[in-house]
Every structure is written in structure tokens, then in C-alpha cells.
Design a binder for this molecule. Structure first.
Ligand code: S3P
Length: 439
């Protein structure tokens, strides 16, 4: 396959008033819950990226009528909890861990078999974290050696689970919540305990569909036997996509941007807390609630950053934003230390090592630890970095070029389309001199 290379010239600053694409997590869930609801769910702001479209296609393959997405709008004709049909072929989920792990929970409870497959990156990611508790619930699932996809699921009858999540993972939590919808209410509730708060979009959206979910501190409880009723979902802009521009504007003198309609669910705002602790000038305007999710317009202006010890309680709340935050750390004065972030090693790439290699290539001193990294802020040079097919790493290094002394060329950028279609155009309009070319 050809290599999509971003070549980013140094200099410039960010300005403008814009809206980044829809939240990926919420977009996935709109397809999943809309499909198993009664009635027609309307969605606006849907992320037309490869990951959320993989979820959409999977439900079409199981007989759900879903309109083509036009300008972020679509409708899902829900088939009810028991209306999905056996897909005629394995469900291919591309690069999307969220699709695979959430669907695994839903499909383990169906009365038909299914197979879940993905691309090379997804086929190397750990799946036992979802299949072990599902097996405990009575699911019949076979993984490949090493605990990876393809995942082969046979029909199963599930019972509730009391489960302490071994990691603060919304994917595991959501997988188990979806599986629990299919348990017999006479068998009691499922109860899931999270070691630290992690994104709660599934709980919020289930409630939006009229399904009862209990949350008491770190314990989430749900029982089977209910019904989801179709609703309208307004997907806010993705804070994880906005994060690149928050960092870009923070590091670059003269920058001033307004990011519109961004989701600021408190389980996702670690990036704002961390950047503010580093000295960033970020303000939330027009804070409001849209369909059960808090939303705001976010203004970011340049401010000199300083290195910090990243508070460990912020790690799950900023889990997807570390590639961008590492660039902020590289531009800050002083040292930034990240620990208790071993989860970064099993994302779309090993984000600690791949970022460390890229930073080193640009002359940024850093040292890798098993559970994190130490980054010495200072000058950024140019050079050739490899994103290893990781969308967020490609976009993070695009921002680094704003402060680099010579051009940065970023390899293997195809997967930017998984979460941020139109990234290079938006980046150019905001003031980044980025050329994208197949080589
Ligand atoms: C997600 C949960 C997180 C996050 C991923 C999306 C979700 O993964 O990294 O991009 O939509 O539930 P983990 O649950 O593995 O932390």
C-alpha cells in the first residue's frame, strides 16, 4: 500500500472559529443503541470517519436499515433488542477497538453466531479483557492465540455479572453493559465497578433511550429485560479531535481559536485540566447541555507552557489525548512526567514508544518508562517521523511543526481518516502549512 505522507512546514499560528468532526465514542454508541431500540432514531453530528462507519456497516450487515450519512445526519430504524439478523460474512471493523469490544458484548448475547475481524493493528490488540468477563457471563467465544481477533462468537445465554474492571476502560464497561441488557431480570442486576472514572457515554445514552442504569460512586448497575425507545441524538464535536488544535494554539505565539460545540463530558476533559495546569489559556464559553451531554465553545489562546507531573487521576480522563499532550510537553519549559499510563501501550499503536521515537527524531530529549514517559521541553527540530498508522500520532506531530525549526514529514497517515476526516484541510485553514501526498 502507498504511504500517505504529511509534510508540514515550520511556523505559522492558529486562528479562526471552527467545529471539528463529531465525537467518535458517541457516534459508535448512536448506531449501536439506535439499532437495538424500538422505533426510528435520528442522529446529527455523526462522525463520518472510518471507525464509526465500520460500526454503521456492521449493523447494516445485521439487517438494520440505516440511511446514508449526509452532512452528519442519518436515521436508524431500530429493530429492537431481539431483531438483529445473522450477518452473512465476518464483520470487518477496520482499525476500531471500540467497535470490536462493544459489539463483542452485544453479539455474545444473540441467538446467532458471528465473527469479528479487523486490520493489522486491531488484530494485535488485547481482547481477553472483554471475552473473559463475557465468558463468565455464559458467553461462547473463541479468540486466536495470544488473545486477539478474529473473535468467533456462538449463540449464548447470559447471566448477570458482578465485576471489578481491572483497568479504567470504558470499552470493557460498555461491552458488559450491552451484554447485560440481555440477561434475565429474575437473575438480578449486573454490577460493574470501575477503579477510576472513565467515559460514561454508554450510561448517559442508555438513559436517553429510556433505559434505567444506576450509578452510585464507582458502581454501575443494570438489569436485563427493559426496552430502548428511539430518540434524537445530537453528537457534539469530539474533544479528542479538538485537542490537537488546543495544543497547536497553546504552543504558538499569536494563536487565538474558538472551537465550537465541543463535548465537555467530565470523563473526557483531562486534556483541558492538564493543559491549564501547564499554563494554557483555555476558557469555556456558552456551556450548555445537549441530549444529556455537556457541550461548550472552547477558546484557546497562546500562553507559555511549563512542564508538570501529570496527576495520575487525570490519566483515564485524557487517555486519547497523550500524543497531543506530549507535543505540548516538548514545547514547555521544564520537564513533564507521565506515569500510570501503561494503557497507552495497547492503543492503536504503542503510543509511549512511537511518540518517544518521533520526539527523539526531532531532537526532543525523553526517556521511556514502562508506565509512562519523561519529556524535556525545549527546541523542536525537523525530520522524518513514523506514525505507525496511528491517527492521533500523525495529527500530534502535525501540530509540532508549528514550533519546529525545519519541516516535519510524517509517514503512514492514512488512518487519520478513522477519526478526523478533513483534518488536513481544517489544519490548513487554521494556519498550518500542511501538504498531504501519497508516496
Ligand atoms: C473508548 C474508550 C477508550 C478510548 C477509545 C474509545 C470508547 O478505550 O481510548 O478511543 O469509546 O469507549 P479504553 O476503554 O480501552 O480505555
Amino acid at each position: 500500500m502507498s504511504d500517505l505522507v504529511f509534510t508540514v512546514q515550520p511556523g505559522g499560528c492558529l486562528s479562526g472559529d471552527f467545529r471539528v468532526p463529531g465525537d467518535k465514542s458517541i457516534s459508535h454508541r448512536s448506531m449501536i443503541l439506535g439499532s437495538i431500540a424500538q422505533g426510528t432514531t435520528t442522529v446529527e453530528g455523526f462522525l463520518e470517519g472510518e471507525d464509526s462507519l465500520a460500526t454503521l456497516m456492521a449493523f447494516r450487515a445485521m439487517g438494520v436499515e440505516i440511511d446514508d450519512v449526509v452532512n452528519g445526519k442519518t436515521t436508524v430504524k431500530g429493530v429492537g433488542l431481539h431483531g438483529l439478523r445473522e450477518p452473512s460474512a465476518p464483520l470487518y471493523l477496520g482499525n476500531s477497538g471500540t467497535s470490536m469490544r462493544l459489539l463483542c458484548g452485544l453479539l455474545a448475547a444473540q441467538n446467532f453466531p458471528s465473527v469479528l475481524t479487523g486490520d493489522e493493528s486491531l488484530s494485535g490488540r488485547p481482547m481477553k479483557r472483554v471475552t473473559s468477563p463475557l465468558t463468565e457471563m455464559g458467553a461462547n467465544i473463541v479468540l486466536q492465540d495470544g488473545g486477539v481477533a478474529p473473535i468467533e462468537i456462538s449463540a449464548g445465554k447470559l447471566h448477570p455479572i458482578i465485576y471489578e474492571l481491572p483497568v479504567a476502560s470504558a470499552q470493557i464497561k460498555s461491552c458488559l453493559l450491552l451484554a447485560s441488557l440481555y440477561t434475565d431480570p429474575k437473575d438480578g442486576n449486573s454490577e460493574i465497578m470501575e477503579p477510576a472514572p472513565c467515559r460514561d457515554h454508554t450510561e448517559r445514552m442508555l438513559r436517553g433511550f429510556g433505559y434505567e442504569v444506576g450509578t452510585e460512586g464507582a458502581r454501575i448497575s443494570i438489569s436485563g429485560g427493559g426496552t430502548l425507545n428511539a430518540c434524537h441524538i445530537d453528537v457534539p464535536a469530539d474533544i479528542s479531535s479538538a485537542a490537537f488544535f488546543m495544543v497547536g494554539a497553546s504552543i504558538c505565539e499569536g494563536s487565538d481559536i474558538l472551537l465550537r460545540h465541543v463535548g465537555i463530558n467530565p470523563t473526557r476533559t483531562g486534556v483541558i485540566t492538564i493543559l491549564q495546569a501547564m499554563g494554557a489559556d483555555i476558557t469555556l464559553e456558552n456551556v450548555r447541555e445537549v441530549g444529556g451531554e455537556p457541550v461548550a465553545d472552547i477558546r484557546v489562546k497562546y500562553a507559555p507552557l511549563k512542564g508538570i507531573n501529570i496527576p495520575v487521576d487525570q490519566v483515564p480522563l485524557a487517555i486519547d489525548e497523550f500524543p497531543a499532550l506530549f507535543i505540548a510537553a516538548a514545547c514547555a519549559q521544564g520537564t513533564t512526567v507521565l506515569s500510570e499510563a501503561q494503557e497507552l501501550r495497547v492503543k492503536e499503536s504503542d503510543r509511549i514508544q512511537v511518540m518517544a521515537d518521533g520526539l527523539a527524531e526531532l531532537g526532543v530529549k525523553n526517556s521511556v518508562r514502562e508506565d509512562g514517559i519523561v519529556i524535556e521541553g525545549g527546541e523542536i527540530g525537523g525530520g522524518e517521523v513514523n506514525s505507525h498508522g496511528d491517527h492521533r500520532i500523525a495529527m500530534a506531530f502535525s501540530m509540532a511543526a508549528l514550533k519546529a525549526s525545519s519541516p516535519i514529514r510524517i509517514h503512514d497517515c492514512h488512518n487519520v481518516a478513522t477519526s478526523f476526516p478533513g483534518f488536513s484541510d481544517l489544519a490548513r485553514n487554521a494556519g498550518i502549512n500542511l501538504q498531504s501526498a501519497e508516496e
